[in-house]
Design a binder for this molecule. Structure first.
Ligand code: PLP
Length: 424
């Protein structure tokens, strides 16, 4: 433990929510300012030429790091105090060794993939998956000679095994990439079981990495590293940013993996800037409050929808029962059902649109995880790229509406849904 950053009071260990206001920063570094200032600077002055030489030697891998040593400040594409504090704080929730923060979730995902996967190698991924990731995997990576194959999240680890067999790609897999719960149907993939498959496929020359996009439940309600994953990825734009006012991302995992990702990040230039880092530090202080409130609200809304005569079906993790295939996975890997709900209205696209157009407080917008409740239509919006037959296979029907529940009073959210459903 770095003595400058106490994580405990005596033997009493402090929880992440208590450390979000202090960890990684000391007021005496900045004139006693209780909050870290925004270091809006592109470059940093060296104390001497010798110091500059030493910092570069470490940055370019010309010498080994001393134990606990941090890279000296050189230039804000490599490092910045706000970025460092942000990364230190983000490690606490997932109990990760290290973190790299980015200017978007897609920057985190693409920089991570290009760090580890090479032409001739394969990525196996679960579907449905975030639309940007889908495009990267299906359209862009194949142009670089990287093979990408997918399995349906609802088929679980059996689906993963089956696609490896069918595609004959077990010898070339470099990364198993999961998104769980899957968007928008909340289908769960067993992270631990997929990590076991990765260990089995790994050889001395080629370690198969498991990367999990944890945007939907993390960093509070699901901790993939503890379940055997190698890397956790985030769109910090969603719950962590939480106010729908910033785009950012992160990758977390073992020190050596994150060091490799930061190496690529330096040359892709995809790091989070000083303003983004500062906004996220501010957001992190209320992360637990917001996610807890959103989680509680979602329970009321999901229960309300499940009882409504004009609602055919509700996808909500808190409604899983022992007969559901996802139930055991949920119990093993999720700490709460989170605040994402999808539901089918009676009818089709016309009825779903009537509902969406009638909402008065809940905003009609994509994205999720913010303080305000949002509603959208996956089939024609977030998942409109997905071919209709794949949409049908994944349960993305024309009647499906996705909700991201915010921090409003739950009765107000329900009142809005009530009047909108009345117009269907
Ligand atoms: C939004 C999102 C992303 C992409 O993140 P950006 O910050 O928009 O680049 C990736 N994965 C998931 C699950 C998302 O919801």
């Amino acid at each position: 433990m770095d003595p400058k950053h106490p994580k405990s009071i005596g033997d009493h260990e402090l929880r992440p929510e208590s450390l979000m206001m202090s960890y990684g920063y000391r007021p005496e570094w900045s004139e006693g300012a209780v909050k870290p200032p925004i270091f809006q600077t592109s470059t940093f002055v060296f104390r001497s030429a010798e110091e500059g030489k030493d910092f570069f030697a470490l940055a370019y891998g010309l010498r080994e790091k001393h134990p606990g040593e941090k890279l000296g400040l050189i230039y804000s594409r490599l490092n910045n105090p706000g970025l460092e504090i942000l990364e230190d704080r983000l490690t606490l929730w997932d109990e990760a060794e290290a973190c790299a923060a980015f200017e978007s979730g897609m920057a985190a995902i693409s920089t991570t993939v290009f760090t580890f996967v090479r032409p001739g190698e394969t990525i196996v991924f679960s579907e449905p998956i975030y639309g940007g990731t889908e495009h990267l995997f299906h359209s862009l990576l194949p142009e670089f000679g990287i093979r990408t194959v997918c399995f349906n999240a609802a088929d679980g680890v059996e689906g993963l095994e089956a696609v490896l067999e069918r595609e004959g790609c077990a010898d070339s897999v470099r990364m198993i990439y999961l998104e769980t719960p899957a968007n928008p149907t909340n289908a769960l993939v067993d992270i631990e079981a997929c990590s076991d498959v990765a260990r089995r496929l790994s050889t001395d020359e080629r370690r198969v990495l498991v990367a999990v996009d944890n945007t939907f439940l993390g960093p509070l309600w699901q901790h993939p590293l503890k379940l055997g994953a190698d890397l956790v990825l985030y769109s910090l734009t969603k719950f962590v940013g939480g106010h729908s006012d910033v785009i950012a991302g992160a990758a977390l995992g073992r020190e050596d993996l994150i060091a490799a990702i930061k190496g690529t990040r330096t040359f892709f230039g995809s790091m989070a800037g000083p303003w983004t880092s500062w906004l996220l530090l501010r957001s992190l202080e209320t992360l637990k409050l917001r996610m807890t409130s959103q989680m509680k609200n979602a329970r009321y809304v999901a229960d309300y929808l499940a009882d409504h005569p004009k609602v055919e079906r509700v996808y909500y993790l808190g409604h899983l029962t022992e007969s559901d295939p996802g139930f055991e996975i949920y119990r093993k890997q999720c700490l709460s059902p989170g605040s994402m709900i999808s539901f089918e209205v009676a009818g089709g696209e016309a009825e779903a649109f009537r509902l969406l157009n009638a909402l008065q407080m809940v905003k009609l917008a994509v994205s999720l995880g913010g303080t305000e409740s949002l509603a959208e239509h996956p089939a024609t919006m977030t998942h409109s790229d997905v071919p209709p037959e794949s949409q049908a296979r994944m349960g993305i029907t024309p009647a499906l509406v996705r909700l991201s529940i915010g921090v409003e009073h739950p009765e107000d959210i329900i009142a809005d849904l009530e009047q909108a459903l009345a117009q269907v």
